[in-house]
Design a protein around this ligand. Sequence first.
Ligand code: ADP
Ligand code: MG
Length: 367
Amino acid sequence: MIPFGIMTLNIESEASYIHEIAARSHSCGMVCYHFLPSSINPLTKLVQGRRFCETKQRWVDDQFLIPSLIYDRCFYGDDAHSKQCIPIVSWLKSRDDITFLGFGLPNKLALYETLSSSRLAPYLPHSGLIKDCSQVISALNKQKKIIIKPINGSQGYGIYYLRKNDKTIHVKTEKNKKIISRIFPNETKLFQWLQPLINFRPYLIQPYLELSNTVSQPFDIRILLQKDVQGVWLERGKGIRIGNTGGILSNLSAGGSVLDFTTWSSTLLQASKESICSELHFITTNLPHILEKEISPLFEIGIDIGVAKNGALWILDVNSKPGRKVVLKTDPDLKETLFFAPLLYGKYLFQSDSKERKSHYEKTLYH
Ligand SMILES: Nc1ncnc2c1ncn2[C@@H]1O[C@H](COP(=O)(O)OP(=O)(O)O)[C@@H](O)[C@H]1O
Ligand SMILES: [Mg+2]
């Protein structure tokens, strides 16, 4: 039995997804473990976690060796536990005897820097680190509308839209599914709000792109790519995420809803539908290979793509630990495929790895 470990930051995180994967592990010749990085004993290297019991069809507490295959589903925040786990996960990733399904991606700015020297550069909104408030003012003077977002953010958290009026500056955000607007009468007042924000966590600045539909709802295309049982990248599905009227985010966590891609694209003119589909194809066939070549091996990615009013496509975000909600809502039949995918890709890695190791060992035997 191949040991397959799923790692999360807390034991309740993604409970049903993890249970569904575990329940299928036995049929793939695997035994599934679930643990937190912080539950590895640094002295004995034994893990205190749980194992999925095939006979009982439920988790049982167990102590085990660090599984040789790890599916990392840790979502870090600013909390102490995240800070404790990050170095442990780095240490796990550096070990030769442990194979991660995917190694994750760097922050939004590092990702931008990598992709902006690739053939996908035309699809990236220009992004820069905010070093001081005056940079934001000069961007507002030039572009009138900008977006600022934390370089380590996710789920739409901490994203602000800023618009320069004659004298005042309008700032809009979405928090707890509500749109919050504020007008700053002058630059000094804006600085008083902005300085602590950028001191607390690094932010990047981007031009605001008109990514709303005809009824002022922000929307984007979410595409899920995964590797199959032979390590070949596949598009599992795509859907449209639609945010709140007058809002700025299309994230489901911000209250967005889902529409299937075919329904949405059937409302487009034939010519724009064709050009959007062919550009999406260009992005999805190139992006995973560029990321793996320039950054690190991956098992899956979720890509957020904005569609501007003029039909231009923009790569807004790439997630190495994507959710499955959008594709499952538009295609519920994908469930089985998605529950089996990490196991099957893990098995492929395990077998190709051991073959490689074996051939390496055999080579060294001759000498
Ligand atoms: N430059 C931009 N212009 C307009 N809307 C944007 C821009 N960047 C992001 N958005 C909106 O905000 C959402 C969240 O942004 P994203 O970069 O994906 O951050 P997160 O990691 O928090 O999901 C996007 O899905 C899109 O709806
Ligand atoms: Mg996103």
